[in-house]
Design a protein around this ligand. Structure first.
Ligand code: HEM
Length: 140
């Protein structure tokens, strides 16, 4: 197995955690509705896992670019580069929305607007799914 394949497998596993984790936590947390302290603790624990996965995605994503010999110049001048441009935007939206969502959820007052929080959480997930789709488009 090549180093590129290993890097790609780690990239995909990290994407599973970032996307699958968000979907699973969003589905399960309402079951802790009556235990807000527990829900808060679960959210905090998930943050550590999720941001580690996001960091791994960025590092292995850069690794993918290096293995594919995709440089900064290619971002403007090749099909893969153009797909990567959109992917970067989606990764930023996903991370930004997740970060804002997390800040709202862990704020001292802990009385975030539920609607805003739900929109941010859904946006983080949807943008990550779209980023994965663009990853597959680059690879195929
Ligand atoms: C939310 C963050 C991300 C997700 C969910 C994600 C997901 C994926 C997925 C599912 C693939 C497809 C792999 C395959 O079909 O073999 C992929 C490929 C790829 N990703 Fe990401 N990725 C993310 C972030 C990044 C970042 C930050 C970079 C660059 C710095 C990056 C660069 C790439 C490249 C270059 C490929 C193509 C690899 C190939 O051609 O085999 N990704 N990504």
């Amino acid at each position: 197995m090549s180093w590129f394949a290993i890097n790609l497998v780690v990239h995909i596993l990290a994407a599973c955690i970032w996307i699958g984790g968000q979907a699973t936590v969003a589905y399960l947390l309402p079951a802790l509705h009556d235990l807000p302290e527990r829900a808060h603790a679960v959210g905090l624990r998930f943050q550590r896992l999720a941001w580690s996965a996001y960091g791994v995605l960025i590092l292995t994503g850069i690794g993918n670019m290096l293995f594919l010999h995709l440089g900064i110049g290619d971002l403007l001048h090749s099909r893969e580069g153009h797909l990567l441009d959109v992917k970067f935007l989606l990764v930023l939206i996903s991370g930004g929305a997740a970060l804002y969502h997390a800040i709202l959820q862990t704020s001292a007052t802990r009385t975030p607007s539920r609607a805003l929080s739900a929109v941010l959480g859904s946006s983080a997930l949807a943008a990550a799914v779209a980023a994965a789709l663009y990853g597959v488009l680059i690879a195929t």
